[in-house]
Design a protein around this ligand. Structure first.
Ligand SMILES: [Zn+2]
Length: 482
């Protein structure tokens, strides 16, 4: 008999806070650098050095809590979490255990069955460890990262599939970047995730034995690792075995997880309150300030783009993929309110040439693109000429208005001028005109092409069509066919 299994997944996300200094000392948090150059007695864990909490990091954590609708503890406690590792010089990590700063929040995600709220169990502050670098000559230790401020965001075990886990992770990744608390760089480890996975017979209220997956540093990796682990649990149980509670490492190249270390419970860490730090007290003003400082969140922006600007859900999704893109787009909108036109030019033409990160330094500015779209909208240039103008803007950084004037690209809408051009082409091609008159209507396309070519595409296409139809009509106004 084959059972239907239900997966139960919870994610723990470590998020590096975008603040200039470490959590308990003044050392810079910049990534990389000469190994061990960004250290001091505090983050080196030298005896007698005392930690001083960064209030800037606390303010940053409070913003995360506000965005995820958490309850803030007025008094939270830092604790020592003991374990021995070469890149942890003190022999313990300062974190929060029994009394975390933030709890009981939630995050809405889109799932196959609609929007679902995933509970956030807790968000606590902690310091990062250093880095061990394994070489042929031995293991080296770099403590530049030691003491860098993190928040760990722990979800409730509300996720039911790899798809849902990735949807949650992406939503979270988007939020921390939009509110400016984390750069979200997964490669450099500023946003990293562990997954707790278990399965149980569908409908059962009892939780199965879980395994914890580490080393998940891409969305794709998270998805594959969870799928793999669900299938592995099902296989073990269906063979009559038992899942072992353990930490497993995802091997992306091999496409499998492998056991890393055995069961680890909280008591192994011998947590106790950090005696060198007073309890962290946060007042109502700080919580209110965090809430007030939040910009609109991406889900809200998407809803507004669809409902108020009339964009498609797809376009709204593309525009909100990066905070920088939203800023650029909204600046352009203040100059010319054609939401769809600006979106098209930005996402297809401009982003076809530059990456989002290069927008700020790109010669095409939001005001410039808005001016270009306005010139199309008021009929000064055609969509086709606009591409030539856009090329010019990109190359010279000049404004579209200047380019249109200096290069003579202004669209001709004057009927007399258009008629003259059309007549000229008809007269220059008597053979084709005779063919048209004899019933070969496809020749009309040839005339349009000739007219546009001779005038460099500057004639208003709709007017050209009108005039051409009139001159080709078997009544008056025919050009002389002799
Ligand atoms: Zn330091």
């Amino acid at each position: 008999m084959s059972l239907t299994w239900e997966a139960v997944i919870g994610l723990e996300v470590h998020c590096q806070l975008l603040v200039p200094q470490k959590l308990f000392c003044g050392c810079p948090t910049t990534f990389g650098g000469v190994p061990n150059a960004r250290t001091c007695p505090v983050c080196l864990g030298l005896p007698g050095a005392l930690p001083v909490l960064s209030r800037e990091a606390v303010a940053c954590a409070l913003r995360v809590g506000a965005a995820l609708e958490c309850v803030t503890r007025a008094t939270s406690i830092f604790a020592r979490k003991h374990y021995f590792y070469p890149d942890l010089p003190k022999g313990y990590q300062i974190t929060q255990y029994e009394a975390p700063l933030l709890e009981f929040g939630g995050l809405d995600i889109d799932t196959a069955t609609g929007v679902r709220r995933i509970g956030i169990r807790r968000i606590h502050m902690e310091e990062d460890a250093g880095k061990s670098i394994h070489t042929d000559a031995g293991t080296l230790v770099d403590l530049n990262r030691a003491g860098v401020p993190l928040v760990e965001i722990v979800s409730d075990p509300d996720l039911r599939s790899a798809d849902e886990a990735v949807a949650y992770l992406k939503a979270l990744h988007e939020i921390v970047r939009f509110i400016g608390v984390c750069d979200g760089n997964m490669e450099e480890g500023s946003f990293r995730c562990d997954a707790n996975v278990s399965i149980r017979p569908a409908g059962s209220p009892v939780l199965g034995t879980r395994t914890e997956l580490k080393n998940l540093n891409t969305f794709k990796g998270v998805h594959r690792a969870i799928e793999y682990e669900i299938a592995r649990h099902a296989h073990v149980l269906e063979e009559g075995g038992a899942v072992v509670q353990e930490t497993r490492l995802w091997d992306d190249a091999a496409g499998r997880t492998r056991a890393m270390r055995g069961k680890e419970d909280a008591h192994d860490y011998r947590y106790f309150p950090e005696p060198d730090l007073p309890p962290l007290r946060v007042d109502a003003d700080e919580i209110a300030a965090a809430r007030a400082s939040l910009p609109p969140l991406p889900a809200e922006i998407r809803r507004r783009y669809v409902e108020e600007l009339g964009l498609t859900a797809y376009d709204a999704g593309v525009l909100t993929s990066e905070p920088a893109l939203v800023r650029w787009y909204e600046t352009a909108l203040t100059h010319h309110r054609n939401a769809k036109g600006l979106c098209n030019w930005l996402t297809t033409e401009l982003l076809g040439r530059v990456a989002v990160g290069e927008l700020e330094t790109c010669p095409v500015t939001p005001a410039g693109l808005a001016e270009l779209v306005a010139l199309i909208d008021d009929g000064t240039i055609s969509g086709k000429i606009a591409k030539t103008v856009f090329d010019g803007m990109f190359e010279s950084g000049e404004s579209p208005g200047t380019l249109v004037e200096t290069r003579g690209l202004r669209q001709v809408t004057d009927t007399a001028a258009i008629e003259a051009a059309v007549r000229e082409v008809l007269e220059a091609n008597p053979t084709q005109l005779a063919q048209f008159r004899a019933g070969k209507v496809t020749v009309r396309g040839f005339f349009v092409g000739q007219i546009m070519r001779r005038t460099g595409g500057t004639l208003n296409p709709a007017r050209v069509n009108e005039v051409l139809d009139r001159l080709l009509a078997p009544t008056d106004n025919r050009p002389d066919e002799s």
